[in-house]
Design a protein around this ligand. Sequence first.
Ligand SMILES: [Zn+2]
Length: 224
Amino acid sequence: MYAKYHIETTAWVLQRNFSPRALKQVIEANLAQDSIKDLFLSSDSYRHFCNDTITTGLDYVEEQHRLIEQLAGLSKEQVDKPTELAHRQRIALGRLLHTVQDFYSHTNYVDLWLREHHTEQTPIIDVIDGLDQALLTHYELRTAHWFALEILFHIPLIGALLRRIWLPPHSHEAMHLDSPERGLRFVYSMIMAQQRTAKEYQRAVKAIIRQGGSEALHCFHQEG
Ligand SMILES: [Zn+2]
């Protein structure tokens, strides 16, 4: 998913609850997951659900949730600056949101959902479900594979030529739903990413209240 859409999705879900500065920190942590290095190295693919990383991607999301909960559980005596702690929680939230948002752009979840519902008409928001447990664990669920050669797709003329002679069906280029150029399936992926973002945010809120109460939640939402 391109940065613009990570920002839109995150802001759409969180802006009612976070102060503008706190939201900015979540978004910055989200966007920091996409680096130039990631284009060339596949070691961080799990942060983007690329290269067969369903399990490790989900493990990463769990790790960030655990961090949010652990930080909320620290007592005032253990923490010099509660605001610093809340900042770390917002970074963890931004990181995990990037990963779950990419899930719908870099896997075939949207295709599996469309097949299941026999439709590719105008999306009906009430019906779209990015949280279908059966599909999230479906045996046919797979990620896109990033090939180093794909960097050439970003060079205008060479990219167009390469696309004619070399486009493996499991490549990132063939599968991704990163931007509106991908058509209606992109709209589905965006709505599903919004639903998932809301779910992960609500999970973080529950964990923070459980461990640190409403005061910790207030710090989480408010910067400064
Ligand atoms: Zn990414």
